[in-house]
Design a protein around this ligand. Structure first.
Ligand code: SF4
Length: 472
C-alpha cells in the first residue's frame, strides 16, 4: 500500500476501540490508535458514531468468545444502519479471542472486515487500507491475519502519538513460555519476546517528555524480560534483565515512579530484588501471583515453584526493602484441589499477609491442559472462594489501617467526585482521596493518611518542608 493510497483514503474518520481485559490490551489499544492516526482516524467515545470499530478482546474470562460474538451481533445492526444511510463502518476484531478463534470469527460473523492477532496489529494500517479500497457492497471476504510473524511488531510501531497522562504504561515484554495448566496466554500471545532496552528507554523518555511521572512496565511475564542491551554496554549475553532495565529507567530525569506487572515467582533474580533496595523510584509494592499454597496443586498447575519458595522470595524482598507490600492472584478449585490443598492456601495467605489480592474460581479455558481434567464441584469452589476472599478482605483492611498516621507520597491523577477533591495513588496502589487544589493534579505530594476503608484511604496534604522528601 503506497502512501498515496493511504492519503487518498485518509479523510478525517472516527475510531472507537472497545478494550477488554488486562493493561497489556489497554497499551495495545493505545498503539492501534497511534498506528491509525496517519490514516486520519481520531478516537471517539462511542461505537454508534464511529467509522471504524475495533474490539480488542481478552480470552481470560469465562465464555470470552461468546461475549465477543454477542457484541458482534449488536454491531451488525449498527453497521447495516450505517450502510443504509450511505456510510460505511469498518469492523475489526483483535486481541486474544481473535487469535484463538481466527477464521471462525469470519465464518460466524461475516460482517467483520478484519481479524488480527496481538502480534500482527502493526499491520493494521495496510489491512484497513486494503479493506477500504474494496467497495463496501462488493462480496469480499474479511481479512485474517493471526500469524506469529517473524518481524518484531514493536519495530513497526510509530512513536507514541497521544500522551498518556501522568501515569503511563509501557509494554516491554510479551508472550509466555511457562504454559501454566489453566492459562491461554502462551497459545494466544505466543513465545516470550523482550523489546531491546534502548527502545524501552527511548519510549520512556518520550512518555516523560509528554508529562508522565509514573510508568508501569508491562509484560505477560514481565520479569522474564531479557532485552538486547544498549550498544556499548557490558552485560552477560548482550542482554539486560528487568532489574538492570529498571536501574537505567531510574536515571531518567522527571520519572518519579516505576512499577512492573505481571511477574512469575520463578523469574525473580537477585538483580530484581536489589533494584527494589537501590532504585528509589521503584515503588515498594509488588504483584506476584502465587495461585495456590499447595505444592501438589502448584505442580498440577505447572507453576514450577513451591509454596515455601514463594515464602522465601517474599522474605528476600522484605529484607531488601522492609516497607514492601504484596499483592497476588489466587485460583481456587483447580482440578485435583482437595480441602487439604485449600487449607494450605489459607496457611500461605496467613503467613504472607497481602495488601490486596485477586481471587477467582477455576474455570476451564478451551485448549488448556487443566480443561481436560475432572473438575472440582461448583459448590466446593464457591465455598472456598468465599472463605479465601473473607481472609483477603480482612488483610486488605488491616493493611489500609496500618497506613493511618503515615505520610505517603501520592501522585494525583484525577479529580475527585466532589469539588476541591483529588484522587491519587499511594506507593501501594491504594486510591487516596484528599481535599486539594486542582494545581496539584499531576504532582507527587506528601499526604498524611487519616482514614482507611476497604478499598481506599483518605488523608490531608502535608506541606511541611520536611514532609516533601518523604519516601514510601
Ligand atoms: S506465567 Fe502467567 S502468562 Fe505465563 S502461562 Fe502462567 S499464568 Fe499464563
Amino acid at each position: 500500500m503506497s502512501s498515496g493510497d493511504r492519503e487518498a483514503i485518509g479523510l478525517s474518520k472516527r475510531l472507537y476501540i472497545k478494550t477488554y481485559g488486562c493493561q497489556m490490551n489497554v497499551y495495545d489499544s493505545t498503539r492501534m490508535a497511534d498506528l491509525l492516526a496517519p490514516l486520519g482516524y481520531r478516537l471517539v467515545a462511542a461505537s454508534d458514531e464511529a467509522d471504524m470499530v475495533i474490539l480488542n478482546t481478552c480470552h481470560i474470562r469465562e465464555k470470552a468468545a461468546e461475549k465477543v460474538y454477542s457484541e458482534l451481533g449488536r454491531l451488525r445492526a449498527l453497521k447495516a444502519a450505517r450502510a443504509e444511510a450511505g456510510g460505511r463502518m469498518v469492523l475489526a476484531v483483535g486481541g486474544c479471542v481473535a487469535q484463538a478463534e481466527g477464521a471462525e470469527i469470519l465464518r460466524r460473523a461475516p460482517h467483520v472486515d478484519i481479524v488480527f492477532g496481538p502480534q500482527t496489529y502493526h499491520r493494521l494500517p495496510d489491512m484497513v487500507a486494503r479493506t477500504l479500497l474494496v467497495p463496501a457492497d462488493a462480496a469480499a471476504r474479511g481479512l485474517l491475519d493471526t500469524e506469529f510473524p517473524a518481524e518484531a511488531k514493536f519495530d513497526f510501531l510509530p512513536e507514541m502519538a497521544a500522551p498518556q497522562g501522568v501515569a503511563a504504561i509501557l509494554s516491554v515484554q510479551e508472550g509466555c513460555d511457562k504454559f501454566c495448566s489453566f492459562c491461554v496466554v502462551p497459545y494466544t500471545r505466543g513465545a516470550e519476546y523482550s523489546r531491546p532496552a534502548d527502545d524501552v528507554l527511548q519510549e520512556a523518555r518520550r512518555l516523560v517528555g509528554a508529562g508522565a511521572r509514573e510508568i508501569t512496565l508491562l509484560g505477560q511475564n514481565v520479569n522474564a524480560y531479557h532485552g538486547a542491551a544498549p550498544a556499548g554496554t557490558k552485560s552477560a549475553g548482550g542482554e539486560w534483565g528487568l532489574g538492570r532495565l529498571i536501574r537505567a529507567l531510574g536515571e531518567i530525569p522527571g520519572l518519579d515512579r516505576l512499577r512492573y506487572t505481571t511477574s512469575h515467582p520463578g523469574d525473580v533474580d537477585d538483580a530484581l530484588v536489589t533494584a527494589h533496595r537501590d532504585v528509589p523510584q521503584l515503588m515498594p509494592f509488588l504483584h506476584l501471583p502465587v495461585q495456590s499454597g499447595s505444592d501438589r496443586v502448584l505442580a498440577a498447575m505447572n507453576r514450577k515453584h513451591t509454596a515455601d519458595a514463594y515464602r522465601r522470595l517474599i522474605e528476600r524482598f522484605r529484607t531488601a526493602r522492609p516497607d514492601m507490600a504484596f499483592s497476588s492472584d489466587f485460583i481456587v478449585g483447580h482440578p485435583g484441589e482437595s480441602e487439604v490443598d485449600f487449607a494450605a492456601t489459607l496457611r500461605l495467605v496467613g503467613d504472607i499477609g497481602f495488601a490486596q489480592a485477586f481471587s477467582f474460581k477455576y474455570s476451564p479455558r478451551p485448549g488448556t491442559p487443566a480443561a481436560q481434567e475432572t473438575q472440582v464441584a461448583e459448590e466446593a469452589k464457591a465455598a472456598r472462594l468465599a472463605a479465601l476472599q473473607e481472609v483477603l478482605a480482612t488483610q486488605q483492611r488491616r493493611f489500609n489501617e496500618s497506613c493511618r498516621g503515615r505520610i505517603l507520597p501520592v501522585l494525583f491523577d484525577r479529580p475527585g467526585r466532589h469539588r476541591g477533591q483529588l484522587i491519587g495513588r499511594s506507593p501501594y496502589l491504594q486510591s487516596v482521596h484528599v481535599e486539594a487544589p486542582d494545581e496539584q493534579l499531576g504532582a507527587v505530594v506528601p499526604v498524611r493518611i487519616l482514614g482507611a476503608g476497604q478499598n481506599s484511604v483518605a488523608g490531608t496534604l502535608d506541606m511541611r518542608p520536611d514532609a516533601a522528601g518523604v519516601s514510601a
